[in-house]
Write a protein that binds this ligand. Sequence first.
Ligand SMILES: [Zn+2]
Length: 196
Amino acid sequence: MSLQPNKSTNAGSPTTPLWNPGAILRVIDTKRTKKLTYNVTCVGRAARKYGAPCAWAIEDQSPEQAAAAVNILDNMAKRPPTEVTHDQLETLTHHCLCSYHTHQIASATGELKERLQPEVQHHRTRTAQEAQHAYTIHQVSQALSKINLEMQNVARLTKSMGIVNQTESAAGDPGAGGDEGSGTTQGQAANSSRNP
Ligand SMILES: [Zn+2]
């Protein structure tokens, strides 16, 4: 049962099954010893089996009926289990009842609906977790971009302070230059006195 399909694969191929309705609704019986094409099983309850599932292979009665059931299952699998409608379940059930059990349509549809519920719940929980996960990533990403912005501000501030320092030293040059001038004069004098 593959319930966690690759999202990127999914985006590329809309026909990738999202879940396995045949197994979840127990209308596909792959454990039959007799090899069949569809393996659609009657979901009716057999009185001769004391109310146990009839489990007759539908295609032994009608391959078209089995094919119609598989077609519905394929369509169901393309959408999340939360989007299965009552009509869809009823039509499926109609195709999954042998001629002896067609009268059980209401109770059998109800049974399929019950089998679907845990999968619906599972899907909702998973969706909520994914939403929480996405929100956490969003929050972390926001925090990171905020930090990045602060870093940029700090860098800008540091840079502008550097420019101010340079400007300050440039502005101080004339005065300092005057002092330096006397210093230079002294230095020149010292230098010249050192000269032979
Ligand atoms: Zn039956």
